[in-house]
Design a binder for this molecule. Structure first.
Ligand code: 7TS
Length: 422
């Protein structure tokens, strides 16, 4: 459990976790720079995480030696590019423990993955009077597509409320599930609050009613060990750029029987079997959902990022991050005038806070002068801000390369903010 009460600062070592953070930091060249004359303290990982040298090198190797279009060529380079691209798909399969790599569709990121499910599944299977359940802590990427669908179809969006700690009220979820429910779409981890949602339980309850579940894994894929078969979710979307890979990479996983029933997302090259002016037949999985030339270099980079994650001890990385969040929560919440937004029992990676009488944007600006990168705003989760009646929050979000010293620097800088505005 993350401590949330104002407690006297205690020096507790990060115990029993053998994590050589200084060694790990050497893998990430971005981290060693100075910003505004101060060492960079990068605490905006929920927006985009940094990229290790091995991923950068893999991207360079592709561009220097392999760059070519995939699937269509018999020539040497095209075959090498195809092998690398499809190799990345198999790495993704193992990373999330999907049954079959054809269930892993490459997309630009979580947003595109959710939109793919909205178009492919929603537009085919949701009709007038049907309902889609989301929660009060969703990122706009998991709200707006469903609203667009509801508007088009005359369906209704139902929202699971959250309590003052930022946890789902599961009794309300039970009350919302009914025979009109066509899909549940839920964040695995909230980007604004850090809450880890009980996706496995949510899925089990939905499946009792025969309802499929999409888990938005944008924040969980980088910070948890994810097993889609264990979760038993029907769809799982995530972005590469939040898990140490380049932008433009990402995946939506879907159970094969559902993906096969769905309509394609976009039409074009590579997603067809035959085309005549009268009729087009579609390719099998995964190509049916990957029209046009994909982000080949980025997805190969995602494969390299997964290799990197496999090369460090993933369980230790998760435990270290958890301990760092606990330390940060204790330290930051003990500063007079600071309030943490999001105090769920199960949290990961994200610390959202406000400072009495200071706008979060001013916090962000002053912290930047100290070389500290945090995000200030609504974090594309405006309904969360409305729920907690705040215009915005400042958000520090951690990765396994962040240190306790960086948390201390953040705490000192927040104290400075309070001084400036007092
Ligand atoms: N879902 C969640 C839970 C997210 O945190 C984000 C991005 C998305 C979906 C969309 O991901 P994208 O890669 O397709 O843009 N979250 C954030 C954030 O917290 N700050 O910047 C982007």
């Amino acid at each position: 459990m993350i401590a949330t009460e104002k407690t006297v600062e205690q020096e507790q070592p990060i115990s029993n976790i053998e994590w050589d953070v200084e060694r790990v930091r050497e893998d990430f060249p971005v981290l060693s720079q100075t910003v505004n004359g101060k060492p960079l303290v990068y605490l905006d990982n929920a927006a985009s995480s940094q990229v290790p040298q091995v991923v950068i090198d893999r991207g360079s190797k592709y561009l220097q030696e392999e760059h070519s279009n995939i699937h269509r060529g018999v020539h040497y380079l095209s075959q090498r590019a195809t092998t690398a691209y499809e190799g990345a798909r198999e790495k993704v399969r193992r990373f999330i423990n999907a049954r079959d790599s054809r269930e892993c569709i490459f997309v630009r990121g979580a947003t595109e993955g959710i939109n793919l499910v909205m178009h492919g599944y929603g537009r085919k299977f949701v009709g007038e009077g049907d309902e889609i359940i989301i929660s009060a802590m969703e990122h706009h990427a998991n709200i707006v597509p469903w609203q667009m669908l509801c508007e088009e179809k005359g369906a209704h969006l139902r929202v699971i409320p959250i309590n003052d700690a930022g946890e789902l009220i599961l009794d309300e979820y039970d009350a919302l599930l009914n025979e009109r429910t066509k899909l549940v779409a839920i964040a695995h981890i909230s980007n604004a609050l850090g809450t880890v949602n009980p996706v496995k339980e949510i899925v089990a309850r939905a499946h009792k009613m025969g309802v499929p579940v999409l888990a938005d894994g944008a924040q969980s894929a980088p910070h948890m060990v994810v097993d889609v078969q264990d979760l038993d979710c029907d769809f799982f979307a995530f972005s590469g750029h939040k898990m140490f890979a380049p932008t433009g990479s990402g995946v939506v996983y879907g159970k094969r029987e559902l993906l096969e029933k769905m309509n394609p997302f976009q039409g074009g090259g590579d997603m067809i079997r035959t085309v005549t002016f009268e009729k087009t037949t579609y390719a099998g999985l995964p190509n049916k959902f990957e029209a046009g030339t994909p982000a080949i270099a980025s997805q190969i980079g995602l494969g390299a990022a997964i290799d990197y994650l496999n090369s460090i001890n993933r369980e230790q990385a998760v435990a270290y991050e958890h301990e760092l969040l606990r330390y940060a929560t204790e330290k930051i919440s003990s500063i007079e005038g600071v309030r943490i937004i999001g105090t769920a029992r199960e949290k990961a990676s994200v610390l959202s806070f406000i400072v009495e009488d200071v706008h979060p944007h001013d916090i962000g600006t002053i912290l930047d002068q100290e070389g500290i990168a945090v995000r200030a705003g609504h974090h594309c989760a405006q309904p969360v801000m409305q729920r907690f009646q705040v215009p915005a929050t400042a958000r520090a979000s951690f990765a396994f390369y962040n240190t306790r010293e960086e948390v201390d620097t953040l705490a000192r800088a927040i104290e400075k903010v309070i001084e400036v505005f007092s």
